[in-house]
Design a protein around this ligand. Structure first.
Ligand code: UT7
Length: 330
């Protein structure tokens, strides 16, 4: 294909407030320890929204940075796509708030609900719109503020999540080998009960008397998700590499969803990626859901580990269940 969707700029936003494992345990009254969290997850600290900060403010800040760095004008952007499951409001979409705040006047805007795979799915949407000639430039954001949805009395889940956004500007480029090469997106709705937020939707609206056991906040069957994640990450990578006709040894940088260091290590091991080819920042941010993969891409660029021309493999999984991978010539 001669018309490619190329990531031309990145941006990010994380809340200023950082909680180490000890601080989080102390402040929220959680019966846990730094040792347990580090051993089981690799997480040492996370950024958490305070005051008026939230999904929208993070998305807007990340989008603004990516747009500024792209050198484009707001009027050049024709689509705003936001991968999130924690918008400030159930509707309208977070994308519409970003579009308005950044003065992007000539664009469509929509959210993609694919939890921690939100950025994979959002980038795939932008790529398809660009490759088929519908648009020239898209602003794609992955963002979540799940600290606002966790149940602080559930120590097995509340310690996992942090808040963050990151954004990319994707542009049509004719010719050359840079751009999104291949994407796979997969789902299995029978696994929906593994990660849920039961209340607050139209089945159990906020003002209803919900049945016993139904409550607002993230509920997760950690062990089931763990088993699913190990297999899903590997399978999605294998599929995208196979479909692209590319060998794992050709990948320059592996950028997996940052949920748990043990899950990342297992995926890296399956493809024999040496540690210098695996990008990890879960220790600093925890699981930032939709923000996770683009934030890792942002930091990889900033630290000089990701440069134009490199072959990047991203992979994510999350509530749905959904999973997928993008193979990108950066
Ligand atoms: O983006 C998708 C999001 N989800 C994920 O990626 C989650 C995937 N799952 C995981 O990462 C892991 O399952 C967890 C980190 C959530 C849990 O680790 P685990 O090794 O599966 O632990 P476990 O749930 O089997 O619990 C082991 C023990 C239990 O105690 P007992 O019953 O053995 O006495 C838990 O009560 O650890 C206890 N425990 C804790 N202890 C201290 C659970 N949470 C904590 C905690 N601090 N925060």
């Amino acid at each position: 294909m001669s018309r490619r969707a190329v990531i031309e700029a990145v941006g990010h936003a994380v809340p200023a407030k950082v909680y180490t494992n000890e601080e989080l345990a102390r402040e929220k009254g959680i019966d846990t320890s730094d040792e347990w969290i580090v051993q089981r997850t690799g997480i040492k600290e996370r950024h958490i929204c305070t005051g008026d900060e939230g999904c929208h403010s993070l998305a807007i800040e990340a989008g603004r940075e990516a747009l500024r760095r792209s050198g484009l004008q707001p009027s050049d952007i024709e689509m705003v796509i936001v991968g999130t499951v924690s918008g400030d409001y159930i509707w309208p979409s977070t994308a519409c708030f970003v579009q308005d705040a950044l003065g992007i006047k000539n664009a469509g805007a929509f959210d993609v609900s694919a939890a921690c795979a939100g950025f994979i799915y959002s980038l795939a949407n932008a790529t398809a719109l660009i490759e088929t000639g519908v648009i020239e430039h898209a602003l794609v954001i992955g963002v979540d503020a799940l600290s606002k949805q966790v149940d602080w009395t559930d120590r097995s889940t509340c310690i996992l999540f942090g808040d963050a956004a990151a954004a990319v500007v994707v542009s049509a480029v004719e010719g050359g080998d840079r751009g999104v090469i291949k994407t796979v997106m997969l789902s299995d709705g029978s696994g929906a009960p593994f990660i849920t937020n039961d209340a607050g939707g139209t089945k159990y609206p906020p003002n209803c008397v919900a049945p016993e056991g139904i409550k607002y906040g993230i509920q997760m069957k950690g062990n089931e998700v763990y088993r699913f994640a190990i297999k899903a990450m590997g399978d999605a990578c294998e599929k995208v590499l196979l479909e692209a006709g590319i060998n794992a040894s050709e990948v320059d940088l592996f950028v997996p969803h940052q949920a748990n260091l043990r899950i990342i290590d297992a995926a890296a091991e399956r493809f024999k990626f040496p540690s210098e080819k695996v990008f990890v920042n879960v220790h600093k941010y925890g699981n930032t859901s939709g923000g996770s993969i683009p934030l890792a891409l942002y930091e990889a660029v900033e630290t000089g580990r990701l440069k134009p021309g490199m072959l990047v493999l991203t992979v994510g999984f999350g509530a749905g269940l959904v999973w997928g991978a993008n193979l990108i010539r950066w």
